[in-house]
Design a protein around this ligand. Structure first.
Ligand code: SAH
Length: 271
């Protein structure tokens, strides 16, 4: 085959059925469900998804792959490839158009260079996915699945936990791909919450508190927030808010979970 894999698109293709089978199996896809894949590559995962789902839609940015995929799967009537950049797709519109009245699971061996924006786009689409099962770099998996207060815990961990419960399913060595990536990979699963775990009075303010808490890991939460809000709230107000919400005015930002950030945001909302 004359196809040359493109580094710029994060093309590391799985080479055996073992991991795609496992991803499809552990995704929780049932036979009436839809599967949304991001990045088909040569379709090794697409095929396994089509064996368990009612319908698969796979968004692939590389136009050179489309004729290969369409030919390979010409006899499969439940697979559709879309030649687009997932970050430019209206995910909600796509889901409504292709998966009417279906529960939809996202399944993908993600292009690692855009892991974070893809997950953000999925969460912020407002689509209630049944599950999101994706391969990412192991470091990213550990970060997303970490607990508040641990070394890996970050604002992105807290952000993800607002949308769903994340867990690591299994790791995948570089040798499982062609070409092998420089890093170890891991498959994670995020089960979106049915109801939000917190209901801050002002969601934007809540996200600002959450991100601000991590701006400087060596600072206390009060000082991080003082910097993040550029003096909008005095240190006295912030100290009072942090102490009321956590019982510890010297606490560091990374020690809190989203309930903590939400309590602080609600106190600041009243100021
Ligand atoms: N699922 C395949 C390929 C994984 S590699 C396998 O496991 O073998 C990641 C794939 O994502 C590549 O095919 C790459 O071309 C595609 N991709 C990269 N950026 C993309 C984007 N912005 N939108 C859609 N697909 C993208």
């Amino acid at each position: 085959m004359s196809f040359v894999k493109k580094k710029k698109y994060g093309q590391n293709f799985l080479t055996s059925d073992k991991f795609p089978l496992r991803i499809a199996h552990e995704s929780g896809i049932e036979k009436e469900d839809g599967a949304l894949e991001i990045g088909a590559g040569f379709g090794i995962l697409t095929e396994k998804l089509a064996n368990v789902a009612k319908k698969v839609v796979s968004v692939e940015i590389d136009e050179e792959l489309l004729p290969i995929l369409n030919e390979k799967f010409a006899d499969r009537n439940n697979i559709q490839f879309i030649n687009s950049d997932i970050l430019k797709v209206d995910v909600k519109e796509l889901v409504n158009e292709h998966f009417p009245n279906m529960e939809v699971c996202v399944c993908a061996n993600l292009p690692y260079y855009i892991t974070t924006p893809i997950l953000e786009a999925l969460f912020e689409s407002g689509v209630k996915f049944k599950s999101i099962t994706v391969m990412v770099q192991k470091e990213v998996a550990d970060r997303i699945c970490s607990k508040a207060g641990s070394a890996e815990y970050s604002s992105f961990t807290a952000y993800v936990s607002y949308f769903g419960v994340a867990k690591k399913l299994f790791t995948v060595p570089p040798s499982a791909f062609s070409p092998p990536p420089k890093v170890t990979s891991a498959v994670i699963q995020i089960i979106p919450h049915k109801e939000p775990p917190v209901n801050p009075k002002d969601v934007k303010l809540f996200f600002k508190v959450l991100n601000g808490a991590f701006e400087n890991r060596r600072k206390t939460l009060v000082n991080s927030l003082f910097t993040a809000f550029s003096g909008k709230y005095s240190k006295e107000i912030l100290t009072e808010a942090v102490e009321t919400a956590t019982g510890n005015k010297d606490i560091r930002g990374e020690a809190l979970d989203i309930q903590g950030y939400s309590r602080i945001a609600d106190i600041l909302y009243e100021k």
